[in-house]
Every structure is written in structure tokens, then in C-alpha cells.
Write a protein that binds this ligand. Structure first.
Ligand code: A3P
Length: 383
């Protein structure tokens, strides 16, 4: 009471007015800030995706070191969206009738491809460079898994789509090829994957013309499982193709395998490897076990990082086993909201094949496998 009385006497009335004004101004400022924070962070008013993009834009204005770390976050978020787009695309495919399956697949795949290339080209920093490392094969070996796993490394920038430059588009020239690549900083590795390169006769020569120092990754898998996987994929797009047995054998009773069927030829790894070794040293080629990629993705990715001269950043902390999918998936990255599995076209249930046919195929591939093990100095234990 005494204080109030004194202050009303001592402090002039204009001062009291000023204080009141400052007090009200501070309260209203705090209130505005509170409202702004609630509105900005709310997913319902500004969807998470927009929020992430907003963050990415801000981060682009940071110093290059920080940019390198943070841009990784931006890419991860974008990639998470792409994979869910791919899943949606395949879901759409399942809803369409048989006749329209192929065209529906093409259309939806185009959507995914378009988004992936957009993603790859989105950063506005660094330069477009020809790739230093390529995943050259093999089809159905697990090439998508390796690419998606290695590209979470902050020092890797990868093209999401398969450019097919060294097989189908070589006449378009290196400038066209370079133009497809994501922008990279000098410290980053540029990568792409096109599994058909491994079985393309001209590919090793053409790649060595680009650079003799190119690092090559080949994901190999038991050729018998691989051919069944390949057939299952084709059947899902073209349900009217002949049976597996009809395609595999020239003469079933004599067990003569038809090596003119490309799906069979792809698995004769040693033949293709000999062609590559005319242009590249064996030490420039790294073989990933498609089987171990499923049972121990971190182990395989550790070796891929070593081979590429990268710090081992991708470890078992990045993976978890998704029981529903039956495959390892990427754990949710620190700054992203969703864990990520590959799309539905990866990890399909295979067509049931007669055990006798499987045995005949095993016999057929055995000598090729043995020579392949000897050449690369590693027994993949497919026999
Ligand atoms: P299946 O669909 O026959 O199971 P590619 O990407 O070269 O086409 O290879 C596809 C294969 O990758 C799949 O063949 C699957 O077995 C294998 N794969 C390896 N790791 C995987 C993962 N984490 N998720 C899904 N598929 C994976």
C-alpha cells in the first residue's frame, strides 16, 4: 500500500501511461508470435511437405558445409515422397484390368520417373557432372535397393531413373547424358544405375571412353532365382507370355536350356564379366551379393562405401526388417517422418516353378558359377 501510494506520488502520470503502453505492446507482440508459431507448424494448415520445402529453401542460403549436411535432409524428404508415389503407382496398376495393365504401368511409371528426375535435378548448387560410379547390373539382382540405400549418404548424389545411356541412348552424346545428372559439389560422387549395361557388349568400351577410372558396381544373385524373378516381372506386365518351362528349354526331355533367351543369358555372369575385363581392372569392379543385401544390408553397404572411398556413414542403424514386406527397409531418418521400403515391384512373390526344372537350371548354371567365383575370388554359394 505504502509503495503504491508513494509511486503514484513520485512517478509522474505521463510515465505511467508510457509503461502501460509498453506493457500492452509487449503482450500483443507475444500473442501475435504465439499465433504465428501455431499456424506455421500445424500440418493441417500448412502440409508437412510444404513445410519441408520451406525449410529446404531456407537451408539453401546457408554456408556450403552446412548446406551439404542439410541438403541431405531435403533430399531424404523428397525421396520419401517418391517411394510412396511409386507404391501408389503400383497400387493403381493392380486396380486396372489385364488388358490395360501394361499401358497403366507405363503411365504410372512415367509419373514416378518424372518425379524422380525432378528430384535428382532439384538442387540449385554444384555442377552437373558425368558419373564417377555406375551400378551396371544385374537386372533383378537388387540394383534398386543398392541405389536407394547408397544415396542416403551425404556424399552421394544419384539419378533416380535409369538413363540407359550406354546401351540405348549413346548417340545422344555425353552432353545429353551429363544434363540428366543431379548437381553435385566437388566432394560428392555422381551415380546412376542401369542394370542392362552389364549384358551390353558395347557398354564397357563406351564407359571406358567416358573415363577409365569409373567405378563399377554389379549386384549379383543366384542366377536361378534371378531368372525366376525376371520371368515373374515380365508376366506381371504381359500375362499372355508362354510358360516358364517353355521359355527355358529348347528341349525339355533332354534338358537343353535355351541360351538365346535373354533372361537365361543374363545369369551367365562369367561371359559378360570377361567382356568388362578387357576394359577395366577387376579392382574397379565391386560385386554385391544380392542375397546378403537382404540378410545384412548394412554389411553390404559398408563394403560399397569402402569401395567408393566414402566414410562409413550408412550402418545398421539405418535399417530395420519390415515383416509385412519381408525385406529390410530404411528406418525413418532423423529429420523425416516416415520409414521407407522399396516399392511393390521389388520383392514380388515368385511364380511357382517345378523343383525338377529348378534342379536342371542349377546344373546348367553350375560351371558358369564356378568360373565366376574363381575369377572374382569369392564363393557366392549358389550351388
Ligand atoms: P524380387 O522382386 O524377385 O524379390 P532390381 O532392383 O535389380 O530389379 O532387383 C529386385 C530385387 O531386389 C527383388 O527381387 C528383391 O529380391 C531384391 N531386394 C534386395 N533388397 C531389397 C529390399 N530391401 N527391398 C525389396 N527388394 C529387395
Amino acid at each position: 500500500m505504502a509503495y503504491r501510494f508513494l509511486s503514484s506520488r513520485i512517478v509522474p502520470s505521463s510515465n505511467r501511461l508510457n509503461r502501460r503502453f509498453i506493457f500492452i505492446f509487449t503482450i500483443s507482440l507475444s500473442f501475435t508470435y504465439l499465433c504465428y508459431s501455431i499456424l506455421f507448424c500445424s500440418g493441417t494448415i500448412m502440409p508437412t511437405q510444404r513445410l519441408e520445402e520451406h525449410r529446404c529453401i531456407h537451408l539453401k542460403n546457408m554456408g556450403s558445409k552446412k548446406l551439404l549436411q542439410k541438403s541431405h535432409y531435403c533430399t531424404i524428404s523428397a525421396k520419401a515422397r517418391i517411394i510412396s508415389d511409386e507404391t501408389r503407382a503400383v497400387g493403381l496398376l493392380n486396380l486396372t484390368g489385364n488388358q490395360s495393365k501394361h499401358s497403366a504401368f507405363q503411365k504410372t511409371q512415367d509419373v514416378v520417373d518424372h518425379k524422380q528426375s525432378n528430384n535428382s535435378n532439384s538442387p540449385k548448387y554444384g555442377n552437373k557432372k558425368l558419373p564417377n560410379a555406375l551400378i551396371v547390373g544385374v537386372k533383378k539382382g537388387g540394383t534398386r535397393a543398392v541405389l536407394e540405400f547408397i544415396r542416403i549418404h551425404p556424399d552421394v548424389r544419384a539419378l533416380g531413373t535409369e538413363p540407359h545411356f550406354f546401351d540405348r541412348n549413346y548417340d545422344k552424346g555425353f552432353d545429353w547424358y551429363r544434363g540428366l545428372m543431379p548437381r553435385t559439389l566437388d566432394s560428392q560422387i555422381t551415380m546412376e544405375k542401369t542394370p542392362s549395361y552389364f549384358v551390353t557388349r558395347e557398354a564397357p568400351r563406351r564407359i571406358s571412353n567416358m573415363s577409365r577410372e569409373t567405378k563399377l558396381i554389379v549386384v549379383v544373385r543366384n542366377p536361378v532365382t534371378r531368372v525366376i524373378s525376371d520371368y515373374t516381372q515380365t508376366l506381371s506386365k504381359k500375362p499372355d507370355i508362354p510358360s516358364f518351362e517353355e521359355l527355358v528349354f529348347k528341349n525339355r526331355s533332354q534338358g537343353i536350356v535355351d541360351t538365346s533367351w535373354n533372361a537365361i543369358r543374363i545369369g551367365m555372369y562369367i561371359l559378360h564379366l570377361e567382356n568388362w575385363l578387357q576394359y577395366f581392372r577387376l579392382s574397379q569392379i565391386h560385386f554385391v551379393s544380392g542375397e546378403q543385401l537382404i540378410t545384412d544390408p548394412a554389411g553390404e553397404l559398408g563394403r560399397v562405401q569402402d569401395f567408393l572411398g566414402l566414410k562409413r556413414i550408412i550402418t545398421d542403424k539405418h535399417f530395420y526388417f519390415n515383416r509385412t514386406k519381408g525385406f529390410p527397409c530404411l528406418k525413418k531418418p532423423e529429420s523425416s517422418s516416415q520409414p521407407r521400403c522399396l516399392g511393390k515391384s521389388k520383392g514380388r512373390t515368385h511364380v511357382q516353378i517345378d523343383q525338377e526344372v529348378i534342379e536342371q537350371l542349377r546344373e546348367f548354371y553350375r560351371p558358369f558359377n564356378v568360373k565366376f567365383y574363381e575369377m572374382v575370388g569369392h564363393d557366392f554359394r549358389w550351388d
